[in-house]
Each structure stands twice: as C-alpha cells, then as structure tokens.
Design a protein around this ligand. Sequence first.
Ligand code: SF4
Ligand code: SF4
Length: 184
Amino acid sequence: MSGTVLVTVPLLNETLEPPPRGRVRALKRHLIQSLRDLRAAKRPDRLIQKAAPEPVGFTAAVLGAGCATCQGHCCKGGGDHAFIDERTMARTRRDNPDLDARAVIGLYLARLAPRSYKSSCLFHGSDGCTLGRALRAELCNAYYCNGLQDFLKLSEMPERVQIIATRKGIERRSTVMSRPDAHQ
Ligand code: SF4
Ligand code: SF4
C-alpha cells in the first residue's frame, strides 16, 4: 500500500503528579483483595489467561508510536486498580514462586510511577506504563483502541504511517514512519 496512512487515536492532555498517598493505599488494598480472591479459587492455575501476542517489527513501531503520541488515554481507566485481579495474580505467583504475598505486593508497589498522570493509573508515567508486560493485567497487554485496531485490520501493511492524536480541538502528530523495506 503506497502513500501515507493516517492512524487516528485519542489524546491525553494531563499534568503529572507524585502518587497521592490515599490512592497508593487504595491500590494496596486492591492488590491484597486480588491475592485473597486468588487464594479462594479452587483451581488457581485455570485462572491464568492466554498471553496476547507481543507485536513485532513495523507493527510494533506503529503501535508504540500510537500510544506514545496519545500519551495513554485508555490508561485513565486504570484508576486505583490497574485492572489487576486474581487472574493477574495467578500469573504473577506462577512466575515468582519464591515470593510470598507480601513480597508480591512489594513487587507491584516498587513499580509505581514516580510521577503519574493526574487521575490516571498509578503506573502511568511520562514514558508510558511502568509495570511491564509480565506484571500487567492481560487486559492491558491485549487492548488496542479503535484507531489502532483499524490499523491492525489493514489487509496490506502501508509503506508509511503517521499518527494523529486528537481531543477537544488539540492535535499532536507523530513523525511519518516508513516501513523498513518500503521504496523511498
Ligand atoms: S491503545 Fe489507543 S487509547 Fe490506549 S494509549 Fe494506545 S493509542 Fe492511546
Ligand atoms: S497498568 Fe499500565 S497499561 Fe494498564 S492501565 Fe495502568 S498504566 Fe495503563
């Protein structure tokens, strides 16, 4: 596909702040409850969700640029829970068999963004998510907003892509990205 394809995503236009103590306490309570829910499960291993495939190559570059230009509008939904639940904890405990419950909570709290976007997830820092795929809820790893989904559904990979992030009359554009094998 020749020409430049425009991918439109939302835009977060927020300031950063240190994590408010009350919100950190709420997150900690949520993590404790998620571990309790896991303990109550009859077959914890069955709670582990199939991992979403990690994008690679030019696709990964476009998706990464999309989220970077948008600055993480969807992460506002992460609130004081980051979408973490017993299914996330089942995977984390499987991956960290030597850690007890207190250490698992410590693992998460150590990843809090030093400064996160106001009213957004506490792991939502200036450079994106501070949690990393291994500790994140599967929902976060698998989610793409409509604009990125439309890009993923294209029948042919475009030669060039530009991201347009827009909201309430404000617009931010990425540089034009070229597919590595595209003719210049
Ligand atoms: S998935 Fe969409 S809304 Fe979420 S950060 Fe990426 S571009 Fe923004
Ligand atoms: S855990 Fe990361 S990806 Fe998920 S909502 Fe929070 S900042 Fe966004």
